[in-house]
Design a protein around this ligand. Structure first.
Ligand SMILES: C[S@@+](CC[C@H](N)C(=O)[O-])C[C@H]1O[C@@H](n2cnc3c(N)ncnc32)[C@H](O)[C@@H]1O
Length: 280
């Protein structure tokens, strides 16, 4: 599961780190990996929604939204970044049961609607740590399902991994997406430290005391990215977005040269870590 970074961390630029994605909304949409169909099946079986709607926090460009909407689930998406929301609207234009609401989750109110499921795909760590569990409870009635998931990737080849890390270090990247080699990911959700911190958010859910039926699942699949897609991916990751412009440009140049010299692609392990819990 993802580490919980400080959402108010100073980025060295004007914007807080959680708002950097919209700067590259199209590259984000092209470069970021999606989520496994099995994960969606698991969430929907657990939630047994019936005709109740789902609430999605931080929908971004809709990488998870499309999967739930395609199963016929009505989804209300809360997304604060207008540029991400524009791509989200385009990606879900064929689903009349998807509603996009602009704004932070902290400022949103369910307005008397009963949601059977709240899900957040690679976004729960950006929600105010002090308020996020209360907010989840306000959105969900008793017996509602909370589904939080993340999709880290990890390079498979140790030599390539070392070379990527070397470029990162030289350009001052903290918490890169290839912080751990694929072989360090176990079978169980949350078993690697670094980008995926063991314990979080499971420890917070347990401490909260208002959730039950906690379940975690890890899905693993192979991913092959060509150089261009990998550079789009890196350019969409907050750890890279916050670099000074000249470092980012140089880092992408060096990473592109490295991958091109090694066949123009990178093989990665794609992970989907899912945490499910029910409100009591
Ligand atoms: C890493 S992206 C994940 C987007 C999408 N869910 C996905 O899986 O590709 C994080 C998203 O959370 C949004 N976000 C950040 N802070 C938020 C907040 N306080 N409330 C709701 N969404 C937030 C960002 O604008 C961004 O679109």
């Amino acid at each position: 599961m993802a580490a919980a970074p400080d959402r108010f961390k100073d980025t060295g630029r004007a914007a807080p780190r959680r708002t950097v994605f919209g700067e590259v909304a199209e590259a984000y949409d092209d470069g970021r990996p999606g989520y496994a169909e099995e994960l969606v099946t698991e969430v929907l079986e657990y939630a047994a929604l019936g005709d109740r709607a789902a609430l999605e926090v931080g929908a971004g460009t809709g990488k998870a939204t499309g999967l739930f909407a395609a199963r016929g689930v009505p989804v209300v998406c809360v997304e604060p970044d207008a540029r991400m929301a524009e791509v989200l609207r385009r990606n879900t234009a064929t689903y009349p049961h998807v509603e996009v609401v602009a704004g932070d989750f902290e400022a949103w109110s369910p307005g008397g609607r009963d949601f059977g499921l709240l899900y957040a795909a690679t976004s729960w760590h950006w929600v105010d740590p002090v308020r996020r569990w209360d907010l989840a409870h306000s959105a969900l009635g008793p017996g509602g399902t909370l589904a939080l998931f993340w999709n880290p990737v990890a390079a498979i080849d140790p030599e390539l991994f070392a070379a990527l890390r070397d470029i990162d270090r030289r350009h001052g990247v903290e918490e890169p997406p290839h912080d751990a080699l694929a072989s360090r990911y176990g079978e169980e959700a949350g078993t690697v430290d670094g980008q995926v911190g063991p314990g979080w958010p499971v420890d917070e859910i347990r401490r909260d005391g208002r959730f039950t039926d906690l379940r975690t699942v890890r899905y693993r699949h192979n991913l092959r990215y060509d150089t261009a897609r990998y550079l789009d991916f890196l350019a969409s990751v907050s750890a890279y977005r916050v670099l000074p412009e000249r470092h980012l440009r140089q880092l992408l140049l060096e990473t592109g040269r490295l991958l091109d010299a090694r066949g123009g692609a990178i093989d990665m392990l794609g992970i989907n870590d899912l945490v499910l819990a029910r409100t009591v």
